[in-house]
Design a protein around this ligand. Sequence first.
Ligand code: AMP
Length: 397
Amino acid sequence: MSFNRLETAELKGKTALVRVDFNVPRDGDGKITDDTRIRSALPTIKYLQDSGAKIVLLSHFGRPKGQPNPEMSLRFIVPTLEAAIGKSVSFVEKPSADSIANMAQDAIILVENTRFSHMETQGDPKMAQFLASLGDLFVMDAFSASHRNHASSAVVGNYLPAYAGLAMERELDHLAAALDHPKTPVMAIVGGAKVSTKIDLLENLVSRLDTLVIGGGMANTFLFAQGHDVGGSLCEKDLKAKALDILAAAEKENCHIILPVDVVTATEFRAHADSRVCGLNEVLPHEMILDAGPQTVSTILDAMDASETLIWNGPLGAFELPPFDTSTIECAKYAAKFCRRGSLTAVAGGGDTVAALALADVLDEFTFISTAGGAFLEWMEGKALPGVEILKSQSNA
Ligand code: AMP
């Protein structure tokens, strides 16, 4: 994928407007519970600092609905950011071109929540132009916000030279290597709760993959569509026709579909509920399918043996409730082993997927794990992401 990389930018004496994603989770006391997003912005901040650029950080936080709201101020980020950078950070509620220009060249400035103006989410060109007036170049470093056509995450790039930040660059390079020009054969595992949230994704994938594993609760809808009785399982019966369409499209595109051939069932949706492994036609009316069975796992592992690239979104079972995490963990560990050996490129993303892979203790072993939820899904759906498109449109390569 071609876009302007930071290493090609003239930075000394310039002011870089950097879109980060500081929309971090907080507990009831306001304490940051996961600082991954702050840490992922550090390489770009450090690079800009070392290159002599003034840094203006832009981010949204929460959903203040276009109104200033003290509870959603970004001020709380400052101490954590200062500790991480080892340098003071100036917090600016209402920036102006003059006030930014008057700050020291080595200043690091965090601007108040961009969503305090309704113009942000409307992608208003006036807000984008105003933001552009604060700096000399735009650095997009928030892949997780790139699916929004917002003023600070995409539109501002119309008015300044636009570059990918280092985290963004890494993400785009890995995602392109997984789906745009992957080493083949390529397989994907798509699991999770519902088909309804992943129809676009499945439709896009069947035309691009050699093998697609459909797992988790969403597999039940496919099994039901094929005439199996899924008892009391999570199942979107109204999507029967859609499921059959997807299977027909896969056949036409030569995409091999792997659905469960055996399942783990229980009568209660809770951890350590009594469970049993059974065949597809043995699910009792009061039972729920909560995980894939061992034969299914073995089929998935065989598919991994035959693949060079794996894309993964969504767990294969109700992984929060042991033992229904078994198939997800076994498949994750197998993929991790192949990544270690260098025989598989494995890219995963989405909130629950990251949690499931963390449970399997493979986060450091996968080739790349994207923490971007919505943006990762839209990328898998084959949609154009405005925050990426703006970078591509300016590419000098
Ligand atoms: P998603 O956000 O669509 O990726 O869905 C993730 C959720 O799907 C997790 O909370 C899992 O517990 C749930 N899930 C996966 N498999 C099943 C299943 N067979 N029955 C019910 N929930 C499931």
